[in-house]
Write a protein that binds this ligand. Structure first.
Ligand SMILES: Cc1cc2nc3c(=O)[nH]c(=O)nc-3n(C[C@H](O)[C@H](O)[C@H](O)COP(=O)(O)O)c2cc1C
Length: 208
């Protein structure tokens, strides 16, 4: 399948079934991350696979803010209808979660401004894994909104490891449905792509 087709077909899964993710599928997803490009090929990403009962409980703790995400209408609906069934607000009951971190000491740093490439590298690795997951029929959610300090403490991360993304993986539950506020909606290309100058910004401002 063309990457563009996968991009159009993939959507964030915000409710997972009990079905565990098979090891061979997880291996493929991790392999896709391994082949992602990173600055100067330093490969500073460090991925913690959370798939034991103990570590998933910890993931529930550091993703649970006790209130619905502002932008997730699907989640708000679930909460209002009382159908969360004990699901943590941002964990969605996934059976596998990848905590994608970077090692601050292993990153490329911009020689002029000293900025670390860690977040960008971790994001590229995560994107490759998310796309591979979609290609092999595995659902995913990219979670940025979690308590990073709590994650570091609960999982005992080394001081120089910075968490960037929690990538949830698994199979959609029966009640899973796309968040219609976002899924399938993208701005027209003219809104985000400019040729040679940004001068016409604001001219065609129609939004989504
Ligand atoms: C950087 C980033 C951070 C995100 N953080 C969250 C999050 O914390 N919680 C969540 O439910 N979804 C999160 N998402 C998922 C987006 O809301 C989702 O990808 C977007 O609304 C488009 O919908 P789609 O993935 O179904 O196409 C995040 C996505 C990205 C790329």
């Amino acid at each position: 399948m063309d990457i563009l087709d996968i991009g159009k077909m993939r959507s964030t899964v915000r409710s997972y079934s009990e079905r565990p993710l098979e090891q061979d599928k997880l291996d493929k997803i991790l392999e896709a991350g391994r082949w992602a490009p990173t600055a100067v090929n330093y490969q500073p990403h460090r991925i913690l696979v959370l798939n034991s009962e103990e570590t998933l409980m910890k993931a529930k703790e550091f993703t649970d803010f006790g209130k619905p995400l502002n932008h997730s209408t699907h989640e708000k609906e679930l909460l209002l209808s009382g159908n969360m069934n004990g699901k943590s607000a941002y964990h969605y009951n996934a059976s596998t979660a990848l905590l994608v971190c970077y090692d601050e000491e292993a990153c490329w740093k911009h020689p002029e401004n000293g900025e670390s490439s860690g977040i960008v590298d971790a994001a590229i690795v995560t994107t490759h894994m998310m796309v591979e997951a979609a290609a092999i029929g595995v659902g995913s959610s990219w979670i940025s909104y979690f308590n990073m300090e709590k994650a570091k403490n609960l999982l005992g991360l080394p001081e120089n490891f910075k968490p960037v993304v929690l990538l949830l993986l698994g199979y959609p539950a029966e009640d899973a449905r796309p968040d219609h506020e976002f899924t399938g909606k993208r701005m027209p290309v003219e809104k985000t792509v400019f040729y040679n100058s940004f001068q016409r910004i604001g001219v065609n401002d129609e939004g989504l």
